[in-house]
Design a protein around this ligand. Structure first.
Ligand code: SAJ
Length: 433
């Protein structure tokens, strides 16, 4: 069967490779010429080695990256759906544009599947009308379904094949057709949702559930600190119960999915409450760490803070909505100091504020815009060290060497990545969450 994948970023690339490696004839269409030429030259943009191998295998199996879309029996839409902060809504520009591209190529009997994560109602109310501009009717003349991707960055190749999937069609035949495509290519169970909107809702619920669970862990971490106990010990013990599975506290929740999907879920509803609070709790973790540092150091005035990890989580190079960068922004933005309070009380005309000097280190990230330093440069003269991504590499940092470089041996291990005992032995004040 002939496939055209619209958008060969992270998800489209992997999904196109999946179908190519399962015997289909797949074109990966993307207007980004550099992306396509890199791929054609055998250079997929990924730090995941097994995904690279999987894509290269797909190229040998005929997977063809192109800057022009083609007619196909199945059009898979895997385009980005950014969150428009100002509007507080999903930006569906790319979905609409992909829909127009497909509409120009659509033939009776084709199948169109939307994989991008979208607010409930998008397939039926946004994509279907765009596709109908072809003169063909969704459901009657061609099949249209939503089959959300659910792969975990860092483990994509395994999850692509093994995860269960949810499929919802605009009618029963659309769902049948989509299920028939995914079933032979994957090993997980393909679950039929009653309709496309339910499939969209389910995907968003999965991510909102995880965000709420992490928020609960983060709240427990703050409460545990008030009792002087270790939240991770407490959570591990609590999780021995057969119906309790609390996630891990950390410096906040980043990435393109968990911090955004709760807002997509509530986009056309006034009923978000717990989910909204969870977002606030998770976003508040950077400020919590700032307060922790302020209380340990007395003041953040010119304090040098080394943040280890600007990727949004361990062992990935993605910095979108990264907790480490959020913490850096909080530390670098001027804060009201006691001096300012007295200046105001004294009726002084100047405002004195304080902020820390932040150094960033991340061995996984290459980014021209982010000013990253070597580990030694970040640690040299530091008054505090914060670990904000659980990269495996950080487990190998030698605490003795770190102690010889810093000015003040204080470490906040927000991701529980370091060996507490070794760091304490090296002379560090070790704080966890
Ligand atoms: N985090 C914690 N504590 C935890 C687990 C995670 O603070 O116990 C933090 C991470 O450090 C990170 C953030 O949460 O900052 C998100 O990381 P993640 O590994 O939980 O998830 P993502 O965003 O990489 O991928 C999620 C996954 N969704 C679920 O597990 C329900 C993935 O399966 C989805 O495909 C992906 O979103 C997506 O594309 O929607």
């Amino acid at each position: 069967m002939k496939f055209c994948v619209h958008g060969i970023g992270y998800i489209g690339l992997a999904t196109g490779a999946l179908f190519a490696n399962n015997g289909h004839d797949v074109v990966g269409y993307d207007p980004d010429e550099e992306l396509v030429s890199d791929l054609r030259a055998g250079e997929p943009r990924t730090t995941e080695d097994d995904l690279r191998e999987y894509v290269l295998e797909a190229m040998e199996n005929g997977f063809e990256p192109r800057t022009e879309p083609v007619e196909a029996d199945c059009h898979l839409i895997c385009v980005p759906t950014p969150y428009d902060e100002d509007a507080g809504r999903a930006d569906l520009t790319y979905v609409e544009a992909a829909g127009r591209t497909v509409a120009d190529l659509l033939r009776p009997g084709d199948t169109v599947i939307l994989e991008s994560t979208v607010p409930p109602g998008t397939t039926e109310e946004v994509l279907a009308p765009v596709l109908a501009e072809s003169g063909l009717a969704p459901g009657d003349d061609f099949s249209l379904a939503h089959c959300p991707e659910t792969v975990l960055p860092g483990n994509i190749t395994h999850e692509l094949v093994h995860n269960d999937r949810i499929v919802g069609g605009v009618d029963a035949e659309s769902a049948d057709r989509a299920i028939a495509l995914y079933e032979p290519a994957t090993e997980g169970t393909i679950h039929r949702a009653p309709d496309a909107t339910t499939a969209e809702f389910v995907k968003l619920s999965q991510n909102a559930y995880r965000d709420v669970n992490i928020a609960f862990a983060n709240e427990l971490a703050r409460v545990a600190a008030d009792y002087g106990i270790d939240s991770r010990d407490a959570i591990a013990l609590a999780n021995n119960h057969p119906r309790v599975d609390i996630l891990n506290p950390g410096p906040g929740v980043g990435g393109h999915c968990l911090p955004i999907d709760p807002w997509f879920l509530g986009q056309s509803s006034d009923s978000l409450d717990l989910v909204k609070s969870a977002r606030r709790v998770n976003d508040g973790m950077s400020e919590y760490i700032v307060e922790l540092l302020e209380s340990e150091l007395g003041t953040l005035d010119d304090a040098r803070v080394a943040i280890l990890g600007v990727a949004y989580k361990g062992n990935v190079d993605d910095t979108r909505r990264s907790p480490g960068l959020r913490l850096a922004r909080s530390l670098s933005s001027p804060r009201t100091s006691d001096k300012r309070a007295s200046a105001v009380t004294d009726g002084g005309s100047y405002v004195e504020t304080t902020c820390a000097e932040v150094r960033l280190h991340d061995p996984y990230v290459e980014d021209e815009v982010i000013d990253l330093q070597s580990l030694d440069d970040a640690l040299r003269g530091a008054d505090a060290v914060v670990v904000a991504s659980d990269h495996d590499d950080f487990e190998d940092i030698d605490p003795e060497r770190a102690a010889s470089l810093v000015d003040n041996p204080l470490v906040v291990d927000a991701t529980a990545t370091l060996d507490e005992e070794n760091w304490r032995t090296a002379g560090f004040d070790y704080l966890g969450l």
